[in-house]
Write a protein that binds this ligand. Sequence first.
Ligand SMILES: Nc1ncnc2c1ncn2[C@@H]1O[C@H](COP(=O)(O)OP(=O)(O)OP(=O)(O)O)[C@@H](O)[C@H]1O
Length: 236
Amino acid sequence: MSKVKLIARDLEMSFGARLLFKADALALCQGDVIYLQGDNGTGKSTLMKILAGLMAPTKGHIETVGFAKNAWWRRNPLLGKAVYLHQHPYLFDGTVEYNLTYGLNFSSETKAKAKQRITQAIEMAQLGSLLHARASNLSGGERQRLAIARAWILQPKLLMLDEPTSNMDKDSQELVLKMIQQLKYEGTGMLLSSHQNCALTAICEQQWHIEGEQVMTTYPHSQSLPAQEPLYVIAN
Ligand SMILES: Nc1ncnc2c1ncn2[C@@H]1O[C@H](COP(=O)(O)OP(=O)(O)OP(=O)(O)O)[C@@H](O)[C@H]1O
């Protein structure tokens, strides 16, 4: 099966008169692990939200390649292609266990396999002692750990993690590192944002850097991108 990818071309994002960034060509492919670098306020979260279909760019378009056909009722074809994990993750109202098992009913895996992955996630993220705690009562770091465990269970093809370890102590950072390394091994394409280097960013093989209102890449994607494939196109 071919790898899925998102390709952004001629992207430009402004808020009012303020230009945030421009990017000629960016490709987030299954199997890629990319470090999105940039100082505070340069637009890392905004770029991720655009790629997730949660925000429209001022100019440019995003192609989706290799994904299954969209459901007829889905008006925004970009939504749901790449999972975006917010810095302050949204959690369901309920227990930690409820948050982890919610996706079970929609899983394409057999129930036994899905349950096995949930058990593994609980062990990896060391959430066993918190299973019956209300998600709303968790600390910032615990919330992030739970959100990453929930994403890990889903095993998405593309995952964007916005400052995933920003609220975490060293032990939690190490747990998360192991989960992300496992996803990398399984072939999930990831975009990880951080404004400083850390163990997590060290596992990235490519870099996108927002500086001087420009997204620069370590790979010459503009040369290696396939010819435009307008399977699904978001445009303003
Ligand atoms: N909806 C919006 N309307 C107006 N300005 C916005 C909006 N969203 C973000 N901004 C501004 O755009 C800039 C970039 O925000 P963004 O959150 O993308 O930066 P970031 O690089 O992720 O920052 P940090 O490293 O601090 O998380 C900020 O100055 C922010 O205030």
